[in-house]
Design a protein around this ligand. Structure first.
Ligand code: 9WN
Length: 450
C-alpha cells in the first residue's frame, strides 16, 4: 500500500517536532528508547538522547546520564538495558537476565541486563558541557558540578573496558554478544554466530519485538530472523552460566569477537573525557589519553589493504571483512594518515556506499549494497540508521573533513525532515521502518537541525 508522502519540514520544524517526540518518550528520569518496542533505557541510546536533550536543557540531559550511571555494576560496567518499572512486555526482561541473583557485581537496583553497549557516553558528556558553556556561566557551573559528581563512575566505566574487555591489550574491545555491538544482526557477525549452537533442550522465549511492530506492519521481514533470535537467547544462557563473570565468559562463550567500531567509539570517547578532565581539573586525564591512544592504534592495526577496518573473531583468529558501516571506524577516532583518510572518505561517497545510484537519500546504508549480505529492509543488514550517520558526521567534522561532513549533514536533515523519527530507513525507497518515534533518531535530528 502506497503511503502518503509527508510534507518535508524545515530544520526548525524538524527540531520542534523532535523535541516533542522526546518529550513524549520521557518518563521523568529516563527517556524510553521507543514506545511499544523498547519501553526501557538503552545505554548507547541514552547517550545519543543526552546529546539531543543538551540542545534543549543541559539539566535534563544530565539527568539522563545520571539515571544510566546509577545502574552501573560494581565492576564498572554500564549495562546495556536499565529496566523501567511497570512494563514487562520486552523480552528478555529482568527475570530472564536475573543479574541480581546471579552476580555480586550487579547493582541492588534498578534491574538491568548483563551486557554492555558501545561506550559513546564520554562524547555525550563533552557535548553537554559545551552546550552548558554556550548557555552561560550559571548553567555551566551547574553542569560542571554534576559532571564532577559523575566522574568516578565515568572513570570506572572506562577502566572496566580497558581492563576486562581488552585483557590482551590489543587496543580492541571484546564483545560477548552481537547486542553488545549495538549492530545486532549485522552480517559482520554471521561467521561467529554460525558457531553459536543452542543446546537441544533449550527452549527460546517468546519474541516480543515482532508483535510490538505489528501496528506499523512488515515486522518480520525487517527484524532479525527466528534463527538469529535462538542464538541471541542461547548466548544469554551461556552468560548466565558464566555468572556474568568476564574471565569465565572469555573462556566459555561460543561468541567472542573484537569489535572495531565499538573500539573506535571508545578511543573517541576517551579523548573527549580527557578534554573534560583538563577543563574541569578532574583526575584521570593521563589515563584517558593513554586509552585513546591505545585504542586508536588498535583500530588502525585492523585496517586491510582496501583501507577498511575489520573485526576479529577471537575464537578462530579469523579476520571479518564483510563490508558494513563498521569498516569506517577509523573516521570516528582519527589517527589516519591524510592519504588513508582521503581514501576512506572517497570510499564513503563511492557507488558502493553513499554514491549508489539506487539510494533515496545519499547516506551510508548499514551494509554496502554491493555486498552479497545486503538486505535493504532487514535491520542492520542494509537500512540507514540516523545515529550512525550522526557519528560519521561528528567524526568527519573533527578529523579535518568539513566538506564531507556538510554533505552528509544536508542529506541527514533531508531524511529526517519527514518528522517521523523512525528507527531505520529503507535505503532505496526512503520508507521509514521499525519503531517510531525512536528517541535516538529524534535526538540526532534535534542536534543536527539546530
Ligand atoms: C537489543 C534500542 C536498541 C539499540 C540497538 C538496536 C536494538 C535491541 C533489540 O534496539 O537492539 O539490544 O531488542 O533489538 O539494535 O542498537 O540500542 O534502541
Amino acid at each position: 500500500v502506497a503511503r502518503p508522502q509527508p510534507r518535508a519540514l524545515t530544520n526548525v520544524e524538524t527540531a520542534a517536532r523532535a523535541a516533542y517526540a522526546l518529550r513524549g518518550n520521557d518518563r521523568g528520569r529516563l527517556t524510553v528508547a521507543a514506545p511499544g518496542l523498547y519501553p526501557h533505557m538503552w545505554s548507547w541510546d541514552a547517550a545519543f538522547i543526552a546529546i539531543g536533550l543538551a540542545r534543549l536543557s543541559t539539566d535534563r540531559a544530565l539527568t539522563e546520564l545520571e539515571t544510566l550511571l546509577s545502574a552501573q555494576w560494581r565492576n564498572g560496567k554500564i549495562p546495556h538495558i536499565v529496566f523501567s518499572d511497570g512494563d514487562a512486555s520486552y523480552e528478555p526482561g529482568p527475570k530472564r537476565w536475573a543479574c541480581g541473583e546471579i552476580s555480586a557485581d550487579a547493582p541492588g537496583g534498578p534491574a538491568t541486563s548483563g551486557l554492555m553497549q558501545p561506550p559513546i557516553h564520554g562524547i555525550a558528556v563533552r557535548r553537554v558541557l559545551d552546550s552548558a558553556r554556550r548557555a552561560g556561566p550559571v548553567e555551566r557551573r551547574a553542569a560542571a558540578d554534576r559532571i564532577r559528581a559523575l566522574w568516578p563512575r565515568l572513570l570506572a566505566w572506562h577502566r572496566y573496558l580497558a581492563e576486562y574487555r581488552d585483557p590482551d591489550r590489543r587496543g580492541l574491545l571484546t564483545i560477548y554478544h552481537g547486542w553488545e555491538s549495538g549492530l545486532d544482526n549485522s552480517p559482520r557477525w554471521d561467521v561467529p554466530y554460525a558457531a553459536v549452537v543452542p543446546a537441544k533442550a533449550f527452549v527460546p522465549f517468546r519474541r516480543a519485538d515482532v508483535h510490538a511492530l505489528d501496528s506499523v506492519g512488515g515486522a518480520a521481514a525487517q527484524r532479525p530472523t527466528d534463527g538469529d533470535y535462538a542464538r541471541y537467547q542461547w548466548l544469554i544462557e551461556e552468560l548466565r552460566q558464566a555468572r556474568y563473570d568476564d574471565a569465565r565468559a572469555r573462556e566459555t562463550l561460543s561468541f567472542l569477537v573484537a569489535d572495531v567500531f565499538a573500539s573506535a567509539i571508545f578511543a573517541a570517547a576517551a579523548g573527549e573525557l580527557a578534554s573534560v578532565a583538563d577543563e574541569l581539573a578532574l583526575p584521570g586525564g593521563d589515563e584517558l589519553i593513554a586509552q585513546a591512544e591505545r585504542f586508536r592504534r588498535g583500530v588502525a592495526s585492523t585496517i586491510g589493504d582496501d583501507g577498511f577496518a575489520t573485526d576479529l573473531d577471537l575464537r578462530t583468529g579469523r579476520v571479518l571483512r564483510t563490508k558494513t558501516i563498521a569498516g569506517f571506524a577509523p573516521l570516528l577516532c582519527g589517527g589516519l594518515s591524510e592519504s588513508r583518510r582521503r581514501g576512506l572518505v572517497n570510499a564513503l561517497f563511492s557507488p558502493d556506499w553513499c554514491g549508489h545510484p539506487g539510494l533515496a537519500v545519499a547516506l551510508p546504508p548499514s551494509t554496502s549494497p554491493s555486498s552479497p549480505a545486503f538486505d535493504p529492509a532487514r535491520y542492520w543488514r542494509g537500512p540507514q540508521w540516523p545515529p550512525m550517520t550522526w557519528l560519521l558526521i561528528w567524526g568527519l567534522e573533527r578529523s579535518g573533513e568539513p566538506e564531507a561532513a556538510a554533505v552528509l549533514r544536508a542529506s541527514a536533515l533531508d531524511q529526517l525532515s519527514d518528522g517521523l523519527f523512525a528507527e531505520y530507513y529503507h535505503p532505496f525507497t526512503g520508507e521509514p521502518l521499525g519503531a517510531r518515534p525512536q528517541s535516538w533518531t529524534a535526538a540526532v535530528a534535534l542536534d543536527l537541525a539546530l
